[in-house]
Unconditional design. Sequence first.
Length: 326
Amino acid sequence: MDRCLPYLSELGYPTLVIDSTDSPYTGNITGMDYIHCPNMGLLQKIKKYMLSRVTTPYTLMNADDIYPSPKAIEHALAFLESNADYSTVLGNSLNYSSEKLQFEYHSFNHHFKTDSSSPSTRLLQHFTNYIPIYYSVQRTDIVKTAFEKLPADLKNFNFTEFFFSMITLLYGKVKRVQDFDYITQDVPSVIHLASHMRGTTKAMTTDPQYYPEIDALRKTISDLITEVEGLPPEVSRRYAEATLDIYLSRILPSKKYYWLRHSPPKTRATRNRAFFKRLLTRFRGNSNDRRPTHNAEKTDNTDARLATATDNRIDDLEQIISILDS
C-alpha cells in the first residue's frame, strides 16, 4: 500500500481503504476513510463497510496492485452522466512485471458490443468475449445491489468476478472503449496470496468442492433474470447456464461441464455459433406463435411485452451470429 495509497490520494476522489492485514497501515492516509479489520475476509469486509460508508453516485473498486488512469476515470464519469442506460465503461489494461521489466497489454475485440436492450442477451454478448468488470467505474447503486445479493456460498474470487459482471450486465449496458483504464503491477496482492480464494479454471469446472458455488451462482442469476426481465424461470436458467458455458468453453474447449452435462465442440466459435443459431430458431418460432395468457385482463400487455422482447432478442442474436461467422 506504500505505493498504491499515495497514488490514489493524488487523484482527488473520496477514498475508502479497507485494510485486513495484521498490522494497521502507518503511512500517510490524510483525507482517506481508513478502516483496519485484521483477518476479515475480502468479500465480507467490502460488503460490510462499502454498503454503509460509500455515498457517492459512482464507485471504482481498486486492488492494492492496480493504478487507474485519471483520464479514464474522467471519461467514464462523463459518459455515465450522459447515458443512464449504461452501467459501466470498460477499457484496456496493462500488466507491469518489475522482475521482467516489461509491460503486457490486454485489449479486447472492439467488434463485440454489450448494448442489447435485453438483460439476458447482454450476458451472452459480454461473455462471448469476456472481460472482468470488477475494476471499472460503476454506478454505486448497482455495486451495492451486487453485494446485497451476493450468495453466501461464493468464496472463489473468480466466481465472484463473474457474479459482479453479471449483475452489472443485468442492470445496464456496458460501453467498451479503446482507452487505457489501469496498470496492474505484477506483485503479490491479497488475492494472489490467498490461493484458496482463486482456484484454477480446470478445478472450477471439475472439482466437486466448487459445485455448490456454481449452483449458487447459477440460481441467483437465474432468479434475477426472471425478476429483471420477466422471463420464465426455465428460460432464465438456460441463459445463466449458457453464459457460464460460453466463457468456460473458451478456456477448456474439450472439457465436460457438470452443470450442462454435455461435451462442447472443439472450438469456442463453433459452439457459440451453434448455440445462438438454436436460440434464434427458438425465438423466431415464438414470434410466430405467441400463446395468449389465461388471464384476459393481462393478455394485451403480456403479448405486447413478449412481442417486443422477442423481436429485440432476434435482432441481437442475428448480430452476434454475424460476428461469429466473420
